[in-house]
Design a protein. Structure first.
Length: 208
């Protein structure tokens, strides 16, 4: 066998087809119903089969329920903190009760609140009087608890928004089903007075 034959044989190795690359994420910017090769938020969350896609949709539904639980937990925590502060004699309701107990005319005159007194002093003197900050100061522990729940809800809200932005019809449906199921489970009571007064919490998944 000549050296030329060896050279030709060696060149043949360069013409051999390369092995196929691993599974690739399919990025869609339009409405789609793709199942396999769908990546959800992370490259590592790669769907390679129908069974994995069904499990992924179930996980997205669970995240939607978890988001609604976080919102309910925020409301429960706020009520618990408010009840604790009210029991300690803080807040307008407690101040009004103390004033009514000390002076029966306190509630009738309407001059028992610092906001009213500040405005009245400004009108009488003609000078600007800073208005008292609205609300009751919270202890650090309560602020930390509220911040943790709020941060977790914001993170989960934007995570589900990224799932929505896969434009996959099944994943979008799973997100909506999770939010609706969570709302059904955790929103079992309605404050009629707050609704009629316009103070009901109507924030959805994309609002903070």
């Amino acid at each position: 066998m000549s050296h030329g034959d060896h050279g030709g044989h060696g060149g043949g190795h360069g013409d051999m087809p390369m092995p196929p690359a691993g599974p690739q994420c399919s990025m869609n910017m339009l409405w789609n119903t793709q199942i396999e090769d769908t990546c959800i938020v992370f490259r590592s969350w790669h769907v390679s089969s129908t069974a994995a896609f069904v499990l992924s949709c179930a996980a997205v539904v669970g995240l939607g329920v978890l988001y609604e639980w976080l919102r309910a937990a925020q409301r429960t925590l706020d009520r618990r903190i408010a009840a604790t502060l009210s029991a300690q004699g803080k807040g307008k309701a407690s101040a009004a009760r103390r004033t009514a107990g000390a002076d029966g005319e306190g509630l009738v005159s309407g001059r028992s609140t610092p906001e009213f007194e500040s405005e009245e002093a400004g009108l009488l003197t003609g000078s600007l009087v800073p208005k008292a900050r609205f609300g009751t100061p919270l202890p650090v522990s309560a602020r930390i608890s509220r911040a943790v729940l709020y941060g977790a809800s914001v993170f989960l809200s934007f995570f589900l928004m990224l799932v929505f932005m896969t434009y996959n019809a099944y994943l979008i449906l799973a997100t909506v089903v999770g939010a609706a199921l969570g709302h059904f489970i955790f929103s079992t009571h309605l404050d009629i007075d707050a609704v009629l007064g316009g103070g009901v919490d109507s924030k959805g998944m994309a609002c903070h």
